[in-house]
Design a protein around this ligand. Structure first.
Ligand SMILES: NC(=O)c1ccc[n+]([C@@H]2O[C@H](COP(=O)([O-])OP(=O)(O)OC[C@H]3O[C@@H](n4cnc5c(N)ncnc54)[C@H](O)[C@@H]3O)[C@@H](O)[C@H]2O)c1
Length: 380
């Protein structure tokens, strides 16, 4: 079903001409995909953007991105496409829906994507199946959305000479040992563990190939674990917060020693904005905010911040193949594009997130019972 609404419908079609030839291409090194080499000295920045197609814009990060753009770039015209699966939520676009065009549809729909891409300057591609646990239960939707969906986007971008920013994850790099001081950087070898991370890795590879083989204009970012408003209650931090809000104990996977490098969603999105405005085509940028914390500490911080005993949680079955540690080195992004995170204190960002869930019960309540029923079935 296609549903369009909002002020952009009325706006005149003023497709801007784009300099879409890629000046950098990805190169495969012994250690995997590395940043590109310069092929020509022409205009290779993403450059002037006015009309954006945001895929997956009713999901967690995409909807926060749309809110940020409406505030920071109010003259940009935004179209969101989202298939409105279980993770898409129109309420996440409350307050901005009247200012954007919203299309309910699937990125795997060739004809639909062709028309939408033809009518934009730049695609910011968030849409994906994103939950590791779901990918272990049924990998197919991940193959479909993350691989086939990205293929459809790439083919439309190629056909219409448009620009693309592809949103990816640090999970494509697999995991690090707990006592390893190393961090992921743009040259780290791909080594995904789950159907989720392997389909994201595959989608990154498709983008690299389309840059190299067809010269499309594209950038990729690989970000660490996000937290913040409007994240589905199936995900680790909102699940724990809403368990406490419903009067139950948080649930910790296994021993909780796994380390994640947390970044506030607004910091992820400010980095994406920096990349789409000043990034170099063919380049990969890792996004992280030095927010390493083990899962047990996160649960304890949530409990303490919500006025409970830090030890008042339950242990549940660990996830099979659970990655141990992720850590991002975002030096390239900081040095080349001057990006800096705003939320440098995780406890403060977490506090603000707890407040958001307290104040927005009507957003998360309808999702909660079904989500917990699924976890219960899995012993989690
Ligand atoms: N959440 C994180 O911590 C994190 C970290 C790094 C990267 N990422 C990446 O960021 C992107 C967004 O993640 P999120 O956490 O917002 O996920 P999300 O699940 O909250 O949102 C994804 C959105 O994409 C939509 N979607 C899925 N398949 C689609 C399809 N075939 N057609 C149209 N829409 C479709 C869903 O309906 C949903 O609204 C993903 O690409 C994910 O891999 C997420």
């Amino acid at each position: 079903m296609v549903e369009a609404q909002g002020a952009n419908e009325k706006r005149k079609r003023d497709v801007l001409s784009g300099t879409s030839s890629a000046d950098r291409i990805s190169q495969r090194s012994d250690s995997g995909i590395s940043e590109g080499s310069v092929l020509s000295t022409g205009q290779n920045q993403v450059g002037a953007v006015r009309k954006l197609l945001v895929t997956g814009g009713a999901g967690f990060i995409g909807s926060n991105f749309v809110h940020m753009l409406r505030h920071d770039r109010p003259d940009w015209q935004i179209t969101v496409i989202d298939k409105m699966g279980y993770a898409g939520n129109k309420a996440s676009l409350d307050g901005v829906m009247k200012d954007i065009s919203f299309v309910e549809g699937d990125i795997c729909n060739e004809e639909l994507i062709d028309g939408l891409v033809a009518d934009c300057d730049l695609v910011v591609h968030f849409a994906a199946e994103s939950h590791n646990d779901n990918s272990l239960n049924n990998p197919w939707p991940f193959v479909e959305s993350n691989l086939l969906g990205t293929y459809r986007i790439l083919e439309a971008v190629r056909k219409h000479s448009k620009k693309l920013h592809h949103i990816s994850t640090d999970e494509v790099y697999g995991d690090l040992e707990l006592n390893d001081p190393a961090k992921f950087n743009e040259s780290t070898r791909y080594n995904p563990s789950s159907p989720y991370s392997s389909t994201k890795a595959g989608s990154d590879m498709l983008v690299h190939a389309w840059v190299r083989s067809f010269g499309i204009h594209a950038t990729i970012s690989n970000c660490s674990n996000n937290y913040g408003p409007r994240q589905h209650v199936e995900k680790f931090i909102p699940r724990q917060i809403t368990e406490v809000l419903e009067g139950r104990k948080p649930k910790l996977y296994g021993t909780g020693e796994q380390v994640r490098d947390w970044i506030h969603v607004d910091d992820h999105n400010s980095a994406v904005l920096a990349i789409i405005e000043n990034g170099q085509s063919g380049n990969v940028y890792l996004i992280g905010a030095d927010g390493e914390k083990d899962n047990k500490s996160v649960v304890e911080l949530i409990l303490k911040g919500m006025g409970k005993e830090a030890s008042d949680y339950d242990h549940v079955n660990d996830r099979p193949g659970h990655d141990m540690r992720y850590a991002i080195d975002s030096t390239k992004l900081q040095n080349e594009l001057g990006w800096q995170p705003k939320y440098t204190n995780f406890a403060d960002g977490l506090k603000a997130t707890v407040e958001w869930y307290k104040e927005n019960e009507s957003w998360w309540k309808p999702l909660k019972a079904e989500t917990e029923a699924k976890y219960k079935k899995a012993g989690q």
